[in-house]
Each structure stands twice: as C-alpha cells, then as structure tokens.
Design a protein around this ligand. Structure first.
Ligand SMILES: NC(=O)c1ccc[n+]([C@@H]2O[C@H](COP(=O)([O-])OP(=O)(O)OC[C@H]3O[C@@H](n4cnc5c(N)ncnc54)[C@H](OP(=O)(O)O)[C@@H]3O)[C@@H](O)[C@H]2O)c1
Length: 501
C-alpha cells in the first residue's frame, strides 16, 4: 500500500514568537513542555527566531534554569549536541504574581523581542496551580501583555491547562476573567488527550472512509465502551486529587472528548469552528443524569492490593490522602445520547486508578447477525463484530470478525484485522504536548476546547458530582476494590465486556 506522502505535523511557516511559561520550576514544565519544545526544535519545527522564557517565584538565572531542564531532555548523544543549541533560546525571569513584577516582565519581553527579533508575538502558558489562572489572566491584562498589535504581528495567546474550573460556576468565572482581557481566539484550553494520534485518527477513520459511517449508528451498534484505565495510584497528586476525584480529573475533559469524537455528526468542514459545533451538539444531546429515572453510575475507591506481583497501598493509605477519604478513584457511567443516530445505544464510560494495566480504548460492539443461519450447527456461539480503537499501550485499530475454519466441518474462527498506527510511518511521531504547542503557534484551535463545550460538560456532570458528594457523607454509594482488579464488584459484568476481546 502506498503511504500518503504528506507530513501531517508540518505547519505553514510559523511566525517568530516568545513562549512564556509560568510555573517554569514545576513538574509539567520539566516533564512535558520543555521536552516537547526540544523535540520540535530537534525536528526543525519551531519558528525561527524563537525564545522560551520560564517564569516562577523560585530564584534562578538563565544558566541554572537550563541546567535544571537539561536532564529531562537527554535521551541520546545526538540529543546532547542539539541541547546545547536549544539551550541558547532558554531564559528565566523570576516573578511574583503582582502588577509590579508583570510590568517588569513586559519590559523584559520588549527587550528580548528586540534582541531576538521575535516580532512581539507571545504565547503565555499557565503551568501553575489552577487558582493562579485568573490571577495571571488579570495581571497579563493589566500589564498590557494581553494586547495585540495585529493578527499577524504582535499577537498574544494564552494556553490554559486543565482543570478548567472546579464546577460550572467556577468555569464560568474563570472564563469571564480571561475574557476581560483576551478574546476567544486568543485562548487555548488544552486537553492533551486530543493530541494523541489515534484520538485524532478517530475522526479520519470515521469520515475519510465510506464503509464505516453507514453502520455507525443504533441500527448496527449494540453498545460503545470508552475506557481509560490506569495502573498507577494517585502518586504525588494526592492534594489535588483528593479534592477532585475521578469525575473531575478524567470525565469532565478527556472522557468527554473521546465520547464526542466517537458520537459526533460529520462536520461540514474540517475546521476548528465546525468541529467544535458538532462536538457541542453531542454533549447537548446527552440524556440528563437522574438516578431516580434509572441512570447508572458505579463509584469505587481502591484498597490495598497487588499489581504485577507487587503489593500496593490502598487510596486512604497514600501520602496526602485523609484516612477517611471517600473520594472516588473509579467510575463507570452508562450514558445515552438522545438523538436520531444514537437513541437507546448505551455508552459506557469507565476510568479508574490502580486497575490491572494502563489501557485506553474505544470499543464499538456491533449487534448480532439478524438471522442465525448457522444456529443448528453452531448453536448460539457466533461472536458479533467488534472494533477496538486503542490509544494505549499501543496505538492501533482492531476489527474482530468471523471466518470459517479450514476443513470439512462448519466451524467458525474469530479473526482480527489489526492496524498498528506507526507501522507504515517512517517519521518521528510528535508527543502530545509538542503537538498542541505547535498548533497554538500556528493559531489552530482544532485540538483545544471551546468554552461552550466546557460549560456543557460541567452542566451535564453537575448531578453526577452531587452524587459523588453524597457519597462522601453517606456510607452507601461508594464501593471498594482491591488494587489490581477491574474495579468494584458491581462494575464487573460491564468491565468484562469492555476489556476482554
Ligand atoms: N504535571 C502534569 O503532568 C499535568 C498534566 C495536566 C495538567 N496539569 C496542570 O498543569 C498545571 C501545572 O502542573 P504542575 O504539575 O507543573 O504543577 P506544580 O509542579 O505543582 O506547580 C508548578 C509551579 O507553580 C508554582 N506554584 C506552586 N504553588 C504556587 C502558589 N501557591 N502560588 C504561586 N506559585 C505556585 C511553583 O513554582 P514557584 O514556587 O517557583 O513559583 C511550581 O513549581 C496544574 O494546573 C496542573 O493541573 C499538569
């Protein structure tokens, strides 16, 4: 098969710019942002000229900042050579979050623009705790750093990390603060799941082929499963996680994006606005969650257990988690989309920590054949077709179907057509953070959330969060599971449908 000769990651000529990272002494910067930018630099994909300015309260000079980041980017000798060139573009400015420091920062960036010819174009990445998003948004506005001189020259963009608020109200407040100084086109709300190749490929798979779309509906599909399982526990994020739980951490953003990509109608054009419109329609069509009307939700929390032969502590024994915490670390939701395409097809969304293995997949389970032609010879054993779009551990798509086993007797064999995403691609795949940063430089909103989607998602999940909150003061509602199994017992039957192929 002829591979298509286009490099999907090449962007049209990017304008020079300065990327300012707030929270530059932190985990996200050293683990994701700088390695992502370094890999873009190594592949010649960053604009020229460019500069990166790290900002946080910790006192450091440029040299110390470069040394602090170096170890995170050295995975080969070739990388060490390139690092030296890359590091010349890294700067550090210590800031406190007040107007005086932001005015100083504005003057510093003016100077850097002149030295480096970066054209007054700036990206501000908020890699700080969420409480600082509105504070920094305000300070950028008050110090004039949000102002744009023109759409092509002197632009200003802000990248906001998840979580976008803690609930509907706080999401609206954050948005209002940002909109005091930035217009919607200047705001980029990151969901790095969207930058994963197989997640994007879901749209291409559905809408660049004719054979799947006619059967992608209630007439042929029995149920859809979306699974984001993690082997790890809460780790060093206990402070944040114990306040948030699995619904805020995974469902409001990543799970909702996987759901809308699977269920949306084809957009009229492949541009950010048209795609976001279709996504919003799906969330708007979700059947309201109402326990009394039969909506199903299973919440769980992991206890002591064993994963890969190693004993691991239960959630309440993790450092930073209160000993009587009732925060859910597992949720299984059954959702329905009330529209022409999906009426009465259950969508099972599952995410949890300390499950047997890390796995992210979308399962499309097709219906049984309408007439059991082989019933007399085979009984009821014909497996229905199943399509699995897997993002982790490998990026691949598998289609399970039936064939005849060779021989005189009628015996079926379940076979799998298997497509490994990177098998026929020689280039270097972009890491998800590199991808979203590149898109922001190009002014492309396709992989980012739009505010209406965020608000619709919070509005839908509000009664679910209320259910979780109930669970934190009552003794029922939360089930427990030992680390290393597929969630609590009440979720068992559904989990077997979704993780066993
Ligand atoms: N880490 C990840 O993988 C990840 C993934 C997705 C989203 N996010 C989001 O990205 C953001 C940054 O994550 P992170 O893991 O890098 O956070 P972090 O390491 O906890 O914090 C980043 C930096 O923010 C500064 N900071 C911390 N508390 C502060 C406070 N109260 N006031 C002012 N500055 C403070 C610290 O720098 P100074 O003390 O030097 O100022 C710290 O190094 C968070 O909103 C997180 O939710 C992170």
């Amino acid at each position: 098969m002829q591979p298509h000769a286009c490099d999907q990651t090449t962007k049209p000529d990017l304008a020079p710019c300065v990327i300012v990272i707030f929270g530059a002494s932190g985990d996200l910067t050293s683990r994701k942002l700088i390695p992502g930018l370094f890999s873009l630099f190594s592949q010649g994909k960053l604009p020229r000229p460019f500069a990166i300015v790290g900002c946080s309260r910790t006192e450091m000079d440029d040299q110390q900042f470069r040394m602090h980041l170096e170890k995170h980017c050295h995975d080969s000798v070739a990388a060490m050579d390139r690092w030296h060139d890359f590091a010349q573009h890294l700067f550090y400015k210590s800031v406190d979050y007040d107007l005086h420091h932001f005015r100083e920062l504005a003057a510093y960036l003016e100077q850097l623009d002149q030295q480096r010819q970066t054209g007054g174009n700036r990206i501000f990445e908020l890699a700080v705790p969420p409480a600082l998003y509105p504070v920094i948004g305000d300070l950028l506005g008050q110090s004039g750093l949000a102002d744009e001189k023109g759409p092509d020259r002197g632009w200003s963009r802000v990248i906001v990390e998840k979580p976008f608020g803690h609930d509907l109200e706080s999401a609206r407040r954050l948005d209002a603060t940002l909109h005091n100084h930035f217009n919607e086109k200047q705001i980029y709300r990151i969901d790095h799941y969207l930058a994963k190749e197989t997640v994007q490929n879901t749209l291409i798979f559905r809408f660049a082929n004719t054979i799947f779309e006619p059967i992608w509906n209630r007439h042929y599909i029995d149920y859809v499963g979306i699974v984001a399982a993690e082997e790890l526990g809460v780790g060093s994020r206990a402070g944040y996680y114990d306040q948030s739980g699995v619904i805020r951490d995974m469902f409001q953003n990543h799970m909702m994006q996987l759901l809308v990509l699977t269920a949306m109608e084809p957009p009229s054009r492949f541009d950010a606005y048209a795609v976001q419109d279709e996504k919003a329609k799906v969330i708007r069509s979700l059947r309201e969650f109402d326990r009394e009307a039969g909506s199903k939700l299973c919440l769980g929390q992991y206890q002591d257990g064993e994963i890969n032969g190693k004993k691991v502590p239960g959630y309440r024994r993790e450092q930073g988690v209160s000993a009587d915490s009732r925060t859910p670390t597992f949720a299984l939701m059954e959702l329905y989309i009330d529209n022409w395409r999906w009426q009465d097809v259950p969508f099972y969304l599952v995410s949890g920590k300390r499950l047997p293995r890390k796995e992210t997949r979308i399962v499309i389970q097709f219906k049984q054949v309408p007439h059991r032609l082989f019933h007399d010879v085979l009984g009821d054993t014909i497996n229905a077709n199943r399509l699995v779009i897997e993002t982790y551990p490998e990026e691949r798509i598998r289609l399970h179907f039936q064939t005849k086993s060779p021989g005189t007797a009628i015996c079926l064999r379940s076979m799998t057509m298997d497509f490994a995403y990177h098998e026929h691609y020689q280039g270097k795949a972009l890491d998800d953070y590199a991808r979203v940063l590149l898109d922001c430089m190009a002014g492309d909103h396709m992989l980012f959330w739009r505010q209406d989607g965020i608000e619709l998602s919070w509005a839908f999940l509000t009664p679910v969060l209320e259910e979780c909150e109930k669970c934190s003061c009552e003794d029922n509602g939360l089930s427990y599971y030992p680390a290393g199994v597929w969630g609590p017992e009440p979720a068992g039957d559904t989990m077997r449908l979704l993780v066993d192929d």
